[in-house]
Design a protein around this ligand. Sequence first.
Ligand code: ARG
Length: 419
Amino acid sequence: MVSGIISTKKQGEQKITEKIVLAYSGGLDTSVLIKWLQENFNAEVISVTVDVGQKEDLNEIEKKAKKLGVLKHYSIDAKKNFAKNFVFPAIKANALYEGKYPISTSLSRPLIVEEMVKIAKENNATGLAHGCTGKGNDQVRFDVSFASLAPDLKMIAPVRDWKLTRKEELEYANKRGIYVSNAAKKYSIDQSIWGRSIECGILEDPDKEPPEDVFEWTTTPEKAPNTPQYVSIKFQNGVPISLNDKDMEPLYLIKMLNEIAGKHGVGRIDHIEDRLVGIKSREIYECPAATVLLEAHKDLEKLVLTRHEVFFKQNIDSKWTFLAYAGLWNDPLREDLEAFINKSQEKVNGTVRLKLFKGGLQVVGRSSNFSLYDKNLVNYDIKTGFNQSYSKGFIELWGLQTKMANLLKQKIKDQEVAE
Ligand code: ARG
């Protein structure tokens, strides 16, 4: 869904030499950027806002862009595409960067770039621009995706180069009449259906508990309902297809789960993160649906995959997650890894039940036609096909080298004592 709006702005005396497609969020950096590109780069700006579920008023963003004098503005509803082609692969890969962050911001970047490149080609643009600083990961994701998908276009990242402090930027915005919301003044926020990332301000002290005004999608656990809620999620080929026995489209299922889990205070993440540029940062995330779905998916895999598959897949998953986090979505290795991941997911069918209560999340049940769990094997009371006497020989061989290594260690020690 694309809406192009031609503004009536007349450019000044300066000769326009560039036509730049800008990833426009409506926030401080990118709003300042529109003016900057016009004033310092002799550029016409085409702004693009890609809706990945950031819950912003797209009409307001469009109005703001027009007021800043863009040549055209595009609002792209990419939520379904994002859910199906970016979030679902992340579920299959159990994607948690450094074991904690569901890469909700990271995943949206290559999609935004895909849309920008389409628009740039349609409009014969000369360059692509983003409003990322030189300290974060997003600059890497945009630049590498730009270079991979549109190597012929100029890449422009003025915020990285202009070295304005946040305070100076706010002043610039103020002078040019650019509206900045109160929340945006306090924190740097990024949202998609997969989660909400919050940085800056008091959060930069990693020793301070985040104040309540940081959170918008999750209830404070203390104030969450006093009775637990159960949810059941059915998976087919590694992706969720129904919630509480109702079949749902990916986008709707994720939205519903964000609400249900958020209400119970589930999905708050406080993370010391290693950015690509080497900085350690303290990041706060609210990812209710992601937290539930990743936990459920991982649990189901343990029921249906062999331990060899589970252990091997952990390495594949963490590699996949790192590529997505590190701006290498378009590296062929991602698809190579997905060939393995997708094959493994053919068996990841079944239902997982979870309990949500005051910020806590627990898997309480799981079932699958592909289950490798055999009650008869595990039960100590029943005589089964599992011959316990075989275990003795197995252990003998299993521990053989460990035993030998320790014998040798003792022998060397004894020799040293004797000398
Ligand atoms: N650290 C996260 C990432 O690199 C989130 C960045 C969020 N950006 C923001 N403006 N709050 O994916």
